[in-house]
Design a protein around this ligand. Structure first.
Ligand code: PMP
Length: 296
């Protein structure tokens, strides 16, 4: 079913509207000039994982684009919780989005109203579940993450996703599930909706997020690995080094922890550390499920 004609409600500027009525005008600044920021959050068993961190990042992304969301983080949290409850899902994806409205048309939009909407839908698996456990196939993208002097590259901003859609489409046309993007220096950066980790000699290696999204899942995985006593090395990684890594996985709110079997000409195994971190992540986002296991 298309996304503009589903059932339920969407939280829109402080009130609930029927799902198919949550529309914006074609002369919206956010549509023409990409003045939008968003979040992707997941609820497990009715609880949104790290909701406060996500909604704080939403406010920070807006600040990086030069606007202030007219709701406090507490109000956004409450709106997310209420939208989830109204939709009636236990496990769901939560998408807040803020953008500049339609009072002025042109590059400048100083007077435009800032809008905020929150939609909740079911999104069980980001990648094909049949492929996912075997490891997904990833291509190397031709498009690169921009220099932080070119764009506010740490914001979760709609405009930056042009690069992701171009890269993902090119990869899918070649039969891959996703694309790994390098940054403007040629260093390994991130996938189109997830961060990347590599395993070598029992240690985790991941690029320093200095020009791409510092994922909340990424930080969760780093904590989980360190709790296991695994060394985590954040550093610049060049694509030539991919030949020397044994395992690879990507992680993000939607993707969770997903093993990677290949990136372009390089091959990886779905090894013990990757599997352990997949389990740790599942147990962290589902504390209730973890408690059940512990009680059994
Ligand atoms: N990079 C990109 C480009 C993303 O879209 C996402 C998903 N939001 C991530 C990384 C991972 O971020 P998070 O773990 O906060 O969802």
């Amino acid at each position: 079913q298309p996304f503009d004609s589903r059932d339920g409600v969407i939280w829109f500027d402080g009130a609930f509207v029927p799902w198919s009525d949550a529309k914006v005008h074609v002369l919206t600044h956010g549509l023409h000039y990409a003045s939008g920021v968003f979040e992707g959050e997941r609820a497990y068993g009715g609880v949104i994982f790290k909701m406060r961190e996500h909604n704080q990042r939403l406010i920070e992304s807006a600040r990086l684009l030069g606007f202030e969301i007219p709701f406090t983080v507490e109000q956004i949290d409450r709106a997310c919780v209420e939208t989830l409850a109204r939709q009636g899902f236990e496990d769901a994806y939560v998408r807040p989005i803020a953008w500049r409205g339609s009072e002025m048309m042109g590059v400048a939009a100083q007077q435009n109203t800032i809008h905020l909407a929150i939609a909740v839908w079911q999104w069980p698996s980001y990648f094909d579940p049949a492929q996912r456990l075997k490891g997904i196939r990833v291509d190397l993208a031709e498009w690169r993450r921009p220099d932080p002097r070119t764009a506010p590259s740490r914001a979760k901003a709609t405009g930056l996703y042009m690069i992701c859609t171009l890269s993902k489409h090119a990869a899918e046309q070649k039969g891959y599930a996703d694309a790994l993007m390098l940054d403007w220096r040629g260093q390994v950066a991130e996938c189109t909706g997830a961060n990347v980790f590599f395993v070598k000699d029992g240690a985790l290696h991941t690029p320093t997020p200095d020009c791409f999204l510092d994922g909340i899942t990424r930080r969760t995985v780093i904590d989980l690995a360190r709790k296991r006593g695994v060394e985590v090395i954040e550093r610049a990684i060049m694509p030539e080094e991919l030949a020397g890594f044994e395992q690879c996985f990507i992680c993000g709110t939607a993707a969770e922890v997903t093993p990677v079997s290949e990136i372009a000409q390089w091959r990886f195994t779905v090894g013990d550390l990757t599997k352990a971190l997949m389990e740790d992540y599942e147990a962290t986002v589902r504390p209730a499920a973890k408690a059940e296991v512990a009680a059994a």
